[in-house]
Design a protein around this ligand. Structure first.
Ligand SMILES: C[S@@+](CC[C@H](N)C(=O)[O-])C[C@H]1O[C@@H](n2cnc3c(N)ncnc32)[C@H](O)[C@@H]1O
Length: 130
């Protein structure tokens, strides 16, 4: 499975990131740019940073506490300024508020619709209109 995932192109290759996410936003170093919810090993965020090295704004990796703890040993995250946050999407309201992008990859398909509603309802209060 990991091999198959590694083979896929990054979403930054086909999604118009600059036009839809970076342009028209007043970005600064303090802006919360992208929260990768249930990021797993965080490869997606590291690659994103590599693809857009000039971008301003904070990147956040979220996952269950045990996963974040294991990831914390990997120095690449600190080196790239990626913040790590423990988060259980069933039990907590999204703690990182007003980010420009909340991103789920290979996550929602794992759960039945009723559980997905819980996950999305726990995200909703963190999002600001627009
Ligand atoms: C299939 S992996 C996807 C990982 C990553 N997004 C990727 O594309 O490689 C699913 C992720 O969901 C996380 N997860 C499972 N239950 C969770 C929960 N209750 N709260 C937050 N994350 C959870 C797992 O730890 C795992 O990292």
């Amino acid at each position: 499975m990991e091999g198959q995932w590694a083979d896929r192109s990054h979403w930054g290759d086909w999604f118009p990131v600059r036009e839809r996410i970076l342009q028209d936003a007043e970005l600064s170093d303090d802006t919360l740019l992208l929260v990768d919810i249930s990021a797993g090993k965080g490869h997606d965020l590291l690659e994103f940073k590599e693809m857009f090295p000039d971008l301003l704004g904070r990147l956040v990796l979220e996952d269950l506490g045990s996963v974040v703890k294991a990831m914390g040993r990997d120095e690449r995250f600190a080196e790239n300024g990626i913040q790590m946050v423990s988060f259980d999407f069933f039990k907590e309201i999204q703690p990182v508020k007003d980010a420009r992008v909340y991103y789920f990859k290979f996550v929602l398909h794992d759960w039945p619709d009723e559980e997905v509603k819980v996950i999305l309802n726990n995200l909703k209060p963190a999002m600001k209109p627009g």
